[in-house]
Design a protein around this ligand. Sequence first.
Ligand code: ZN
Ligand code: ZN
Length: 263
Amino acid sequence: MIRYDQHMHTYFSPDSSETLEAYLDQTTGPIVTTEHLDFNDLFMGGEDTILDYEKYRKTIDQLNTNYNHRIRKGIEIGYTKDSHAQILDYLKDKEFDVQLLSVHQNGEYDFLQPIVKEKNVQDVMNEYFPLLLEALEQFQTANVLTHFDYGIRLSDVSVDELQEHQAILKNVLRKVIDKEMAFELNTRSMYQYGNVALYEQMIKWYLELGGKSFSLGSDAHSTDYYGYHFEDAITLLEEQGVSSVTIFEKQQPTQLPLNTFKQ
Ligand SMILES: [Zn+2]
Ligand SMILES: [Zn+2]
């Protein structure tokens, strides 16, 4: 069975210890890992989380000779305005098959840190969604917008509450469309953090605005979560009339029919 999960981490990210080989055992098709790049990583006490690209590239090149070139290279860019120049400098001489664009923090705290739970959820959304829009406006080369709800993973937000932010969220989605990026269904956000209804709303808006490009990503940090709840996410997409997802090789998009996931 081919299960292409376009968001996952290995031991090349500091918060994972999973091996590439273990992910290769999860599918007969290609895989991609999307390792963290977070300057001033507040989860790491403000240290920079920088993927060791040379080691990553060499390891994948070696494995690819034994595994029929099944491994692609990816990076999850944790965008902040302050680190924009460092991100560009890091990326300038490196090749990735896919670049994910993420917002994890506001310069003061990461949105998964407990302090967020003490805040008013409207305040959190009023802060987080503009950061997301800013990242999309400023950063030019990414292929996928990840976990639009990262800032509210720790909060309970109803669809009604989300709808109050419709104007800015539609601007976020318009940017994704204008830039020919894919909108990620982050299945851990949906089914572990309980935000599936919020994703359904976003998918509806995205389709209304003319969006066509979806990415399926579990955000796995171990094989336990590889392709997490993909069957449910695929059903949800099919109910909305979507029949394929977008995957990237050398940052070029291809459509992968949802049927492929069922064979
Ligand atoms: Zn992330
Ligand atoms: Zn991730």
